[in-house]
Design a binder for this molecule. Structure first.
Ligand code: FUB
Length: 332
């Protein structure tokens, strides 16, 4: 399957349908001479582009993908030092919100928001990160209830620093920085984080909670050493037939997996794999309904011939069985 975007390297695609079109909010990968390491220092992105398409999504070469250009730069955000990682976007009451993780001036990942009047940007950043935000990979889900309740799911291990907050959401323990995470018999995996968004979509409303993923065979939280199933990064939320599907990457085992729940904050039960490992270390995605079909946006490193930090966005259709299980697919 050919990449959807070929003139730039793009990754971590968050896709949404706004105004009847698919808008894609990816990371913008760039060449760097930074040495590859397991802290992800080589992912040194400096701006975001937005893309849109009306399809056909099952024929990437024919999909007329429009590049709306640069919509936000690291240098435009007063609190950012470097590394604009995986973004997401949301719409509410005629405004569009771009959420993005980046390192602050102390080297700690925070999550920022920038606001625009069009899904294609540009976006004006708030001068400070979202209060109480930390780590990486925000995914903002707006529910279909009357209040349009919105939630941010976030977090990422190793370079994403999630493991630095084991003493509390407001306590950064620098000794856990780097490719580290809890392990050992009886230890449960660290969960992703979830917070309800304020009505204006620019702050958290209430405290940040841990998202529980339970193993279906025991009803207990997934174990820390269960690297085939534990949350690593790349949170995404979608709703299918009234159920909440939380999907994520398992990082060092390179799977995209999902878990389901009756409520947006869980508890979730592990459901299975969505995508087997692609070429490249990272795997990151979004799932969206468009034209009455369900689509998986993700990335791989085929275009760069396997350079881990030079990735390309792809899209493919996914399917659910009668019980709502997502059918696992292999890379194409
Ligand atoms: O693109 C930088 C980081 O790589 C993302 O934030 C992670 O999800 C992984 O894809």
């Amino acid at each position: 399957m050919a990449p959807l975007i070929k003139h730039l390297y793009t990754a971590d695609p968050s896709a949404h349908v706004f105004d009847g079109k698919v808008y894609i909010y990816p990371s913008h990968d760039r060449e760097t001479d930074i040495q590859f390491n397991d802290n992800g220092d080589q992912y040194d992105m400096a701006d975001y582009h937005v893309f849109s398409t009306s399809g056909p999504l099952d024929d990437p070469d024919a999909a007329d993908v429009r590049d709306h250009g640069v919509v936000l730069r690291a240098e435009d955000v007063p609190w950012v030092s470097k590394q604009l990682w995986a973004p997401d976007a949301a719409a509410k009451d005629g405004k569009y919100y771009l959420y993005f993780p980046a390192r602050d001036k102390q080297g700690v990942f925070r999550i920022g928001v920038a606001v625009g009047d069009s899904p294609a940007g540009p976006f004006a950043p708030d001068p400070e990160p979202i209060r109480g935000s930390f780590s990486i990979d925000p995914a903002v889900f707006v529910d279909d209830d009357a209040a349009q309740s919105a939630y941010m799911y976030f977090g990422g291990l190793w370079g994403g620093q999630l493991q630095c907050y084991q003493g509390g959401n407001d306590v950064f323990d620098a000794s856990w920085q780097g490719p580290k995470e809890p392990s050992g018999p009886g230890r449960r995996a660290l969960g992703a984080k979830v917070a309800r968004m304020s009505a204006d979509m620019r702050q958290f409303d209430g405290s940040v909670q841990e998202l529980l993923i339970l193993a279906p065979e025991t009803g207990e939280p997934i174990a820390a050493d269960d690297h085939d199933r534990r949350f690593f990064e790349a949170a995404w939320m979608h709703k299918y037939r009234g159920r909440y599907y939380f999907s994520y990457s398992t990082g060092d085992t390179h799977y995209l997996c999902y878990a389901t729940a009756d409520a947006p904050t869980g508890p979730f039960t592990y459901g299975g794999r969505i995508l087997e490992p692609v070429l490249g270390w990272t795997t990151h995605h979004s799932i969206v309904e468009y034209g009455g079909r369900w689509w998986l946006f993700h990335h791989d490193c085929e275009l760069s011939k396997g350079v881990d930090h030079l990735r390309s966005v792809k899209v493919r259709e996914i399917f659910y069985d009668a019980e709502g299980r997502i059918t696992t697919v292999k890379p194409e």
